[in-house]
Ligand binder design. Sequence first.
Ligand code: SF4
Ligand code: MG
Length: 322
Amino acid sequence: TKHFPVRKRGRELLSNVVRKVRAVDDVSLTLRRGRVTALVGESGSGKSTVARLLAQLYPRTAGDVRLHGESTTVRGGRRFRAYCRQVQMIFQDPFASLNPVHTVRYHLTRALRIHGNAGDDLEKALADLLTRVQLTPPERYVDKFPHELSGGQRQRVAIARALGADPEVLLADEPVSMLDVSIRLGVLNLLRDLKERLHLAILYITHDIASARYFADETLVMYAGRVVEGGDSETVTQRPAHPYTQLLIESAPDPDQIAGYRLSEKDRGTGEPPSLINPPAGCRFHPRCPHVMDRCRTELPPRFDIGADHFAACWLYDRAAP
Ligand code: SF4
Ligand code: MG
């Protein structure tokens, strides 16, 4: 759980009420090695906040993050440092995440040295990293500056830098959404290949549910700070159970293309995601839901199991209901 306080303005300064944005509420997920888990949702759904919590970029309001069952609650300890090496993050904008005044060699050498992975032969370690991300021959790329590379090549350098830590987990926050459509698939295929060869656990954050179907083993759907549906990617995308997931899939322009989805006319008609300062009571999706029932307005739906590997937080699946 992560709540951000909202800075007070004007007459609010006189009141004692602290308002907060409930960015992430009670989200629980498990990443496993050799698997890609997609976290799908619109912007503002809290999915990037989940990634940042897992990357320990800011403290949690409540809850715990465990690696191999060990809690990382104490910041700064030995276990915390080990976690920060084993869990690496890749950001959306590879241009912003690489320092423009430094070469590829600098970025990768720094990552290798910080994590003690430079070994005796730095040139070989650099060449290995570049080869892993298919920037070959390595000598063509190692002394380039970020502006001399394409967006896709820069993102590959950012991935190589993450691999320099020899991680077990990659947190990839919209890793291809700023790249040309034509090269997105290549970067996703690279990540999938790395998952297999290095036995990585990957969290793939995206607003594009079609790419989750293509790329992820498991898919979780977030709405307004909560996970509303989850399961095997094939099932969640082919037989979506939650009305919000159904809406996301209907508004994806072409389920067979790896492309960003835009809200369709139809979707705009049903409203926008709610404010997280005062989220709707009960099911947070109820103001937009075509199936809304009375209890949805007051009671928060728990997760209901739909199949062996499929759940939805929606009262439609309450078998105990009359
Ligand atoms: Fe719709 Fe109710 Fe299900 Fe929420 S709980 S998605 S409002 S049917
Ligand atoms: Mg984001």
